[in-house]
Design a protein around this ligand. Sequence first.
Ligand SMILES: C[S@@+](CC[C@H](N)C(=O)[O-])C[C@H]1O[C@@H](n2cnc3c(N)ncnc32)[C@H](O)[C@@H]1O
Length: 344
Amino acid sequence: MMNDQSKYAPREQPSDPAAGEIPNFLRFASVEDAEGVARLALLNERARAGGWRQALEATYQDAEFVRYVTQLDRAAFLDLLPIDASSEMLEIGPGLGQFTALMARRARSVHALEVVPGQAEFALTRCQQQGLTNVELAVGGDDCRLPYRDQAFDLVVLNLVFEWCGSRLENEPHEVAQKRLLSEMARVLKPGGALYLTTKNRYAMRLLRGGRDEHQFDLRFGSALPRALSARLLRRRGHRRAMGMLYSHDRLAAMLREAGLTTLRSYWAAPEMRYPTHYIATDAQSVRAARAKPGLVQASGRLANWLTSLVPARWVRHVIPGLAFLALKPAAEGAPSARATPTP
Ligand SMILES: C[S@@+](CC[C@H](N)C(=O)[O-])C[C@H]1O[C@@H](n2cnc3c(N)ncnc32)[C@H](O)[C@@H]1O
């Protein structure tokens, strides 16, 4: 591990960062169930003994899960980002490190903040076993605050974490916690730096058609319902509040702007954001151009694919499964303009 403490805010230095240990900034007691903790402990033990890859396959019998955390083309979004050998990156919610090593190969350094200690440990081992020495893991984020100093990073990546990030803050509305995380990410970015954020879409076609929503205890239509109605239905089923919170394309764009980020670009990850084959800018012209080329599957499943193909190009961004934004923190006045971002 890099053992680079310089990115942490002085007030956030972990109390006793023993050499080689992952700094822990958690604010609340762990909420993981004992079975999950034990499984991660076994995974880490096996990874140390026989290598990360073999440990994953031995510990998780679920082939779909192993695919989710190993399939390289899930990281195709990295090609959209302004990363080069001088980039200092922050990844929030790396999970089992599915993208961390790939980022570290392209960047100068990667700091990653994961709320589950066993996952952070595995992500670090996975990077170390691939010979990467420019990665630093930390445990934290449960309060939707970042333990890093101001203007520390060129690029922050938050992939499929935003919808869940406030779930441990039982007494705070999700939106308050999510807005704080957006402000925190803006704070730790250097002027001219970029944020890449992917989350699910509140008005995804699947939910509009009555699909079950995992963020709302599998409620049909779930996040697509008016907030007051879904809250009422959840309460009737004995739930105090939703597990995660989704937004529409335009609402999320507004939240990013409120956090001080500008020059937003949004992308359609087709056919769906967990396993995308194409990233298409969501302006009508780019959508038309992508549809004109052969081979674009617009959504998973024949019916969803057909329905999506009927949606006018200028409206597609409102019903796609996931929202992917690249946003810039404005460069300081008088400073050279932000690095160009690659065009998709
Ligand atoms: C759905 S997984 C996505 C993992 C990975 N980014 C990907 O796209 O494959 C969400 C991850 O974010 C982590 N997470 C959730 N809330 C977080 C928070 N507030 N701070 C840091 N990590 C968080 C979870 O523990 C989990 O590892």
